[in-house]
Design a protein around this ligand. Structure first.
Ligand SMILES: *Cc1c(COP(=O)(O)O)cnc(C)c1O
Length: 384
């Protein structure tokens, strides 16, 4: 007999695909297999129509123009296209790029690659709460700064950066501003029309859509020019060549349509579960919530239990699917670069685990998780 699957509390790594999304995708994997770039027959036309409907749905979630959406394979590719695309396109105007130590590896590694090509990179520290200080950010902007990149919602600790303020500082200095919003869609309202943001990375699979599809939002007014990173048939206005994955795109469109429709309900749901879990853990001594207590999305609880190694705790509660650090860098024994940036000691970082919630997480699952974590922490502390 196979053991039951653990309770899924790792929505920061990926979310379950909404069954409505699966249903919307299936016909485009089967019967409707045409290439959306085929202009000479109905197979192509219907696929193209499906792609354009999804483009409007993705744009609508954030209030962008559908023409501003460039399909990519996910937020990693969007981050690469945004940052390397600006750096290469505008290298004649400057060599400096500004970002933050707590960014996703897709941003940090792209910046490192550009640094090796001769660009000058500054990574800002954050406060103990995980937030960027606007004054420090302003002071780090230089006359030769081409681009600043700051994520909206942090994938490990869930804190929300004040991108409106940071973007306004960029605008005032003529610096392009990129925002990785992979963890933000469906969790908080995003108003592209009023935000001073030039480029925004999106992905479907953190918002109950399929893996392997995302978008880069590229502002049209004022128009942002980018150097393509993928060369070929000239798809997506030449910015990202490659045959469009109709079924994936339809899935992302449906996921974002649902996210827009259910944003208020999903947020209230996560808020209630967040409070419920904290209540369930009340009285556990030496417990800390990493990151700012209120400037965060409720979907994330990054918790440290003093004296309890997260790896040991996860082994003690196999009924729960949790994560220590981010999925992208776990497997390495290095403490999380995000927690280190908050000034956490190695011990605190190793004692931290991430619980992340989604649309399909239930109150019963949260109650069970609280009970198991409470038992696990007690058991590990008693055995020391
Ligand atoms: C998941 C994630 C990414 C990577 O997105 P993929 O679509 O998996 O490539 C980038 N940035 C953040 C903040 C993420 O959470």
């Amino acid at each position: 007999m196979t053991p039951p699957r653990p309770i899924y509390l790792d929505c920061g790594a990926t979310t379950p695909v909404d069954p409505r999304v699966v249903a919307a995708m299936l016909p485009w994997l089967g019967e409707h297999f045409g290439n959306p770039a085929s202009r000479s027959h109905a197979w192509g036309w219907e696929a193209e129509q499906a792609v354009e409907t999804a483009r409007r749905q993705v744009a609508a979630l954030i209030g962008a123009d559908a023409r501003e959406i460039v399909w990519t394979s996910g937020a990693t590719e969007s981050d690469n296209l945004a940052i390397a695309g600006v750096a290469q396109q505008h290298a004649g105007r400057g060599r400096h790029l500004l970002s933050v130590r707590t960014e996703h590896q897709a941003v940090l590694d792209t910046l490192s690659a550009l640094q090796r090509q001769g660009f000058d990179v500054t990574l800002l520290d954050v406060g103990a709460d995980g937030l960027v200080d606007a004054q420090a950010f302003a002071a780090a902007l230089r006359p030769d700064t081409l681009l600043a990149s700051v994520m909206l919602v942090n994938n490990e600790i869930g804190v929300v950066q004040d991108i409106a303020t940071l973007g306004a500082l960029c605008r005032a200095r003529g610096v392009l501003f990129h925002v990785d919003a992979a963890q933000a869609t469906g969790k908080l309202a995003i108003d592209w029309a009023t935000l001073p943001v030039d480029l925004m990375s999106l992905t479907a699979h953190k918002t109950h859509g399929p893996k392997g599809i995302g978008a880069l939002v590229v502002r049209r007014e004022p128009r942002v020019r980018l150097a393509a990173q993928m060369h070929g048939g000239g798809h997506e206005h030449g910015l990202r060549s490659g045959t469009l994955a109709t079924h994936q795109i339809v899935g992302m469109g449906e996921a974002f349509r649902i996210a827009a429709q259910e944003l208020a309900r999903d947020t209230a749901h996560a808020q209630a579960l967040h409070q419920r879990l904290l209540r369930g853990l009340q009285g556990v001594s030496g417990m800390h919530l990493n990151g700012h207590p209120t400037r965060r999305v409720p979907h994330n609880l990054n918790l440290a239990f003093d004296g309890v190694a997260a790896e040991a705790l996860m082994l003690a509660v196999p009924e729960l699917a949790l994560s220590s650090g981010s999925a992208c860098s776990s497997g390495s024994a290095q403490p999380s670069h995000v927690l280190r940036a908050l000034g956490a000691s190695d011990e605190r970082a190793h004692a931290s685990l991430r619980i992340s919630l989604g649309r399909f997480t239930t109150a019963a699952e949260i109650d069970r998780a609280a009970e198991l974590l409470r038992q696990g922490v007690t058991q590990l502390r008693d055995s020391q």
